[in-house]
Design a protein around this ligand. Structure first.
Ligand code: ZN
Length: 320
């Protein structure tokens, strides 16, 4: 059981442009990075089904994002006081307890699993999931033989250290539908979206969250192993500690990203975690998304559904 405590929380209204206007910006900006791409507003199919595997049917209704903790909780030594809970955080995000959905990218509940892991929060409650908590959260960990194992987390709603979340009422409704196939530029999928929005809106802070599937191609991922025995001393130590993998599509990705300037909020501007859900090797795929590999850039294929947040919550902020 995660201790119930409150964390300092700052609420920031965002006053975003319309979905149509953000979709138009993405549509225009992606053209230079992908051979074929499209972005428009549409109503998704039931996102609980393959290939997306969300805990709720949609990503609509009072969209909001949260940035909880931060990577500073990992350096120079992990701050093991940073034990969070998704349902407790949903309250700090002013989400209705009658029904809601949270998805995103964070660090696993080391205090439950006994090791440090990558977390793909994906949880619905209340009216969204028949009155039950539907916990489709996955976690990925490094096994002793350095292979990756990715699986459903079970009942715990805990997480540690840091997390980036999209919260909403979990309803079916209009979203930004983005497809891209064949990469010709240098940006990965999420960078391309950030740049596309930034080209139109400049410094205005615009925050998105959603789900995308990589249908074909290979992606560079990392998975955090268990905490190191001694503190990180220099900047490169974290990268040397992380384990990097090339993983084959299909893979599902949960993403929170921001364009514009974050001022003094000290946001993580992009955070995307992925899990295998379909195919025989699904249980060996998952982690933190970096980019699709150049060797598959001609055939890489992305499809995503995103919402634009009305409000942002900076919870238990770190200094750096
Ligand atoms: Zn990550």
């Amino acid at each position: 059981m995660v201790e119930s405590r409150t964390w300092p929380t700052r609420r920031v209204p965002l006053n975003p442009p319309s979905l149509q206007d953000v979709a138009a910006a993405i549509h225009s900006g992606l053209q230079s990075n992908f051979s074929t791409s499209h972005a428009s507003v549409a109503v998704p199919p039931d996102l609980r089904h393959a290939p997306f595997h969300l805990a709720g049917p949609g990503l609509s209704g009072n969209p909001r994002v949260a940035d909880v903790g931060g990577t500073a909780n990992l350096r120079s030594s992990p701050n093991l006081d940073k034990k969070y809970d998704l349902l407790a955080i949903s309250k700090l995000m002013d989400m209705p307890q009658e029904g809601g959905l949270l998805i995103g990218a964070g660090a696993g509940p080391f205090f439950v699993l006994g090791v440090n892991t990558e977390l793909m929060p994906n949880i619905a409650w209340g009216s969204v999931s028949g009155g039950q908590v539907s916990n489709c959260t996955h976690y990925a960990k490094v096994l002793e033989d350095k292979q990756v194992q990715c699986q459903r987390i079970g009942e715990t709603t805990g997480f540690g250290l840091m997390c980036n979340l999209l919260g909403c009422d979990g309803q079916t409704g209009p979203l930004i539908h983005v497809t891209a196939k064949g990469r010709k530029g240098k940006s990965n999928f999420t960078e391309a979206i950030q740049k596309a929005i930034g080209e139109v809106y400049g410094e205005k802070l615009i925050s998105l969250g959603g789900v995308f599937v990589i249908r074909s191609g290979k992606v560079k991922m990392h998975v955090m192993p268990d905490f190191p025995g001694e503190p990180f001393k220099e900047p490169g130590d974290v990268d040397r500690w992380l384990r990097f993998y090339d993983m084959q599509a299909p893979i599902v990705c949960l993403s929170v990203l921001h364009a514009g300037r974050d001022g003094d909020l000290n946001l993580r501007m992009e955070h995307t975690h992925c899990f295998g859900a379909d195919g025989p090797d699904a249980g060996q795929k998952g982690g933190h998304y970096h980019f699709d590999l150049d060797e598959t850039m001609d055939l890489v294929e992305y499809e995503g559904w995103f919402n634009v947040a009305d409000v942002l919550y900076r919870i238990d902020p770190t200094d750096s």
